[in-house]
Write a protein that binds this ligand. Structure first.
Ligand code: MLT
Length: 303
């Protein structure tokens, strides 16, 4: 019987689909690198989220591995190129979290514009400081979307409902039906809000750093719910201190495990622990879709 290792938690409906199809499924979370390296040889497929790192070393040890299934979008924790040279199919579920991430991004922008987390904290202390929490409207402001794929486009649609002007830049895409595309410099100079929706690559790492922040409007709101490292946290720290940046919202960090960020100490920081796709709906879609796609691949290989 073919065996599937699920090394990061996925929705129970996904597990049921795999078991009903007659596969032996082992859920084994929080494995150390060495533990995973020792057991991976026993499995035909592995299902992961962002925590398990499918490095060359682990893939090499997976002598029976046929499929790596990533429940989620980002493949930065999988050495896809190497896996494919070994004949291992790598699949992900790129559409499942679009709505959840886009909704979180809008929540961030409104939270910063209206100081919702800070005002909540203040109320909890028994204070009632109306003037201190004066905010700004989003209507008429410009949002610059870096990365105009699925999630960037979903954010654009929602921002338009808030009557924002939407502009976009994408290092790989020059045309969009929904977003007015501009060059990177224009986006940096004209945006009141900048949100990034690109994968982390050698090109996008620190694509927002000191030089880019210097070009931005004073008081700009920055959002990163894509991948830690696209926005340089040290550069943001400087931007908050010299007040170029009016607010920073991060769902993803340069160091998540262990978690460290120089930005949490600042008043105008808002954050969540990588919960962009962490909704009941997105998790259910991811679990079901990854299970179906892994089965499809394993079934093809049985023939
Ligand atoms: C993703 O790439 O799908 C998201 O970052 C969510 C996750 O990995 O849990």
């Amino acid at each position: 019987m073919m065996k599937i290792l699920v090394s990061d938690p996925i929705h129970t409906e996904g597990i049921e689909i795999l078991r009903k199809a007659g596969y032996e499924v082992h859920e084994n979370f929080d494995l150390s690198k060495d533990q995973l390296k020792n057991i991976i040889k026993d499995y035909d497929a592995i299902i992961i989220r962002s925590k398990t790192k499918m490095t060359k070393e682990i893939i090499e040890a997976g002598i029976n591995l046929k499929v790596i299934g990533r429940a989620g979008v980002g493949l930065d924790n999988v050495d896809k190129e190497f896996a494919e040279t070994k004949g291992i199919k790598v699949i992900n579920t790129p559409d499942v979290s679009t709505t959840s991430v886009a909704e979180l991004v809008m929540g961030y922008i409104i939270s910063i514009a209206r100081h919702i987390p800070q005002a909540t904290e203040s109320l909890k202390k028994g204070e009632f400081e109306k003037e201190k929490f004066s905010g700004i409207e989003l209507a008429g402001k410009t949002i610059g979307i870096i990365g105009t794929g699925r999630i960037g486009t979903a954010v654009a649609k929602r921002a338009k409902c808030f009557e924002m002007n939407v502009i976009g830049y994408d290092p790989y895409v020059k045309y969009s039906d929904t977003i007015k595309m501009v060059d990177f410099e224009t986006l940096l100079k004209e945006s009141d809000v900048i949100t990034v929706h690109v994968p982390l690559t050698d090109i996008t790492r620190h694509m927002i750093s000191n030089d880019e922040i210097k070009k931005m409007k004073k008081g700009v709101i920055l959002v990163n719910a894509a991948r830690g490292g696209i926005i340089d946290e040290e550069a943001v720290k400087k931007g908050l201190e010299d007040e170029t940046i009016g607010g920073i919202a991060l769902d993803v960090f340069e160091s998540e495990k262990p978690f460290r960020s120089v930005l949490t100490a600042y008043d105008n920081f808002v954050g969540t622990p990588h919960t962009g796709a962490q909704t009941e709906e997105a998790q259910k879609r991811a679990g079901i879709e990854v299970a179906k796609k892994v089965l499809e691949q394993l079934n093809k290989m049985k023939r």
